[in-house]
Ligand binder design. Structure first.
Ligand code: FES
Length: 147
């Protein structure tokens, strides 16, 4: 490698790594477990769970996680459009590992399967769609229906 090219590569790496680390940190800190209540077969999440304050500004979260004591895996409640939500169980359909959320998809740390936020398979080895739950909304809440 030429000296000039080597120096350029080192400079790009030196500048890029802190930016990457900062981005990853902000992604990780975006995970938020919403407060949830149960009414019969419904999990109730307040719409305000999708709002956070950062630098005195309201920021809207793309998703929140929902988990109660009787659940082995969390549910990801993803806001796909204005007031439209998809609730997916974060249990991989391949061999049951808990999925990670980030970058607008779900990824499995065990064998690399990927799913859309609607639960469809993007990448195997998983072949089956994620378990999803019907959602209903009113002015204040989102209801996840557990059949
Ligand atoms: S358990 Fe998720 S890909 Fe295997």
């Amino acid at each position: 490698m030429e000296r000039r090219k080597f120096i350029k590569t080192c400079c790009i790496t030196a500048v890029g790594l802190p930016i990457l680390a900062s981005t990853l940190h902000s992604c990780a800190s975006a995970i938020h477990y919403a407060t949830v209540t149960r009414k019969a077969n419904r999990l109730v999440v307040k719409k305000t769970a999708f709002i956070t304050i950062k630098n005195n500004k309201e920021i809207f979260r793309d998703f929140v996680l929902v988990k109660t004591e009787d659940m082995s895996f969390p549910i990801c409640l993803y806001k796909t459009k204005n007031d439209t939500y998809v609730a997916s169980l974060l249990k991989c359909t391949h061999r049951g590992c808990e999925l990670n959320v980030g970058g607008g998809i779900y990824t499995c740390p065990c064998h690399g399967s990927e799913f859309t936020v609607e639960g469809n398979v993007l990448e195997g080895p998983a072949e089956k769609k994620l378990k999803t739950f019907e959602t209903i909304i009113d002015d204040e809440n989102i209801y996840i229906i557990q059949a």
